[in-house]
Ligand binder design. Structure first.
Ligand code: JHZ
Ligand code: SAH
Ligand code: ZN
Length: 400
């Protein structure tokens, strides 16, 4: 049992994913330091229904100068963020603040339009990429104190936006007090994160890792907003990252609540129930044993398997299943800051895509399954060489 980070209610554990490393800590092969591990387990609050990790990793261990993830690695995500920026601009926003702006993939569109903005980003190297792209960025963790300083210096924000960032932040009280301090009276706080409903439906349990402290639903976000003097006024389901929801919060009465909110709330009637979550946990165990069986069989037959996409998500599955370099030769990844390093916990080497293309393996294990369409569309030569994809969401399957 632990205490809910939203409402202080009792959180009951429903899934233990074991000892896990930091999902984005790609290590140099000769790094002599001891690797950090924590217990990855997830539970649900009996009061507000928020699904959350049982243990919290200190933020500075995850987000620092060398944080490697960049948003620009997917063409689908670049288009997604361009569309988000264009929508804010079309609505007439004159000051847009983004939490976790990363390499500035969204805000560079705002900067190009000449509209006032600020990115708040604690991870140094990615913040530098944003600045180099013409984005105004503050290297800091967003929290109440940061928000008050921004408000004093820059005035109220029409839009506060956070993609794949809010669910990373356990200290939610400070964040929402900060939003209250910074948001214009008729402003909107818009955030999008992996959706609990999709995670349960697809058994995409690899969305659970250190950085994803919360798995949001309309119900839990509605409760969270209300407890902090805000109102959930809109929800929109997004196809990106394996299924997300974009939530819009506003000050009470400032905006009408759309029917989409009530529809999603109604569809979630059983989502946080013990039966649903226990069913999810037992499907996780099936995926785990199916995948280990498949990879072990392939090894016994002498077949090569290469991983595709050194995702943060892959840390959960490799470490849960005990998949190491004996089962997956290396992982191909486009991110310079991950290449020539070892994947966390598993020690699987990460190599540039050229190494994948130089000698196509018969099997590629698709760790970046959320980008399947984009990846399969461009990896035609792999398929033509006879290559087959292995996926494990929503179940273990060989394609080809
Ligand atoms: P991708 C990260 O998760 C961490 P990850 C974080 N916690 C989060 O929530 C999401 O991002 C937003 C590579 N790649 O997007 C690039 C190729 O090699 O699934 C990335 O390393 N070739 C903030 O890491 C990885 O795969 C390709 O063609 O799970 C994809 O990572 C493409 C498209 C990607 O997020
Ligand atoms: N928005 C981008 C990046 C997501 S990665 C996208 O969707 O692709 C999550 C980002 O949140 C990281 O760059 C991390 O440094 C940042 N972050 C973590 N805690 C934060 C905080 N308290 N305030 C602002 N950014 C934070
Ligand atoms: Zn709670």
């Amino acid at each position: 049992m632990s205490t809910c980070r939203i409402c202080a209610g009792a959180v009951t554990e429903f899934l233990d994913l074991g000892r896990q490393p930091l999902s984005d800590a790609f290590r140099l092969p000769d790094d002599p330091s001891e690797e950090f591990f924590y217990r990855l387990a997830v539970g649900v609050c009996g009061t507000c229904s928020m699904v959350q990790l049982m243990e919290e990793v200190p933020r500075e261990r995850m987000f620092h100068q060398d944080y490697p993830y960049v948003s620009q690695g997917s063409s689908v995500m670049r288009a997604h963020f361009r569309a988000a920026a264009e929508r804010f601009l079309a609505a007439g926003a004159s000051f847009i603040v983004e939490l976790g702006c990363n390499d500035g993939t969204m805000l560079r569109v705002v900067a190009e339009a000449g509209v006032r903005h600020l990115g708040v980003e604690p991870s140094g190297a990615v913040a530098d990429l944003a600045a180099a792209a013409g984005v105004r960025v503050r290297k800091d963790f967003f929290e109440e104190a940061t928000a008050r300083e921004i408000r004093a210096a820059d005035g109220p924000a029409d839009v506060i936006y956070a993609a794949n960032t809010l669910c990373h932040i356990p200290y939610m009280g400070s964040i929402l007090r900060g939003v209250d301090a910074l948001l214009a009276d008729d402003g909107v706080f818009v955030f999008e994160d992996p959706y609990l409903g999709d995670i349960v439906e697809r058994t995409s349990f690899d969305q659970i890792y250190d950085e994803h402290f919360f798995l949001f639903s309309a119900r839990s976000v509605d409760e969270m907003a209300r407890r902090h003097g805000l109102e959930l006024v809109d929800v929109e389901r997004l196809p990106v990252h394996g299924g997300e929801v974009r939530y819009t919060l506003a000050r009470p009465g400032a905006r009408p609540r759309t029917s989409a909110v009530d529809e999603l709330l109604a569809a979630e009637a059983d989502l946080a129930s013990r039966t649903t979550l226990d069913g999810f946990a037992s499907r996780v165990q099936k995926i785990r044993s199916d995948l280990v069986t498949l990879l072990t069989d392939l090894r016994e037959r002498g077949e090569r398997v290469v991983g595709y996409g050194a995702t943060a998500k892959s840390a959960t599955i490799t470490n849960l299943c005990g998949i190491g370099p004996d089962l997956v030769e290396f992982i191909s990844d486009t991110t310079p800051a991950k290449q020539h390093r070892l994947a966390p916990g598993s020690g699987i080497p990460v190599r540039p895509p050229a190494d994948f293309a130089a000698d196509y393996p018969p099997y590629a294990l698709l760790f970046a399954w959320n980008h399947a369409e984009e990846i399969m569309a461009k990896e035609t030569a792999f398929r033509e060489s006879g290559g087959k994809w292995i996926v494990y969401v929503p179940e273990v399957r060989v394609i080809g």
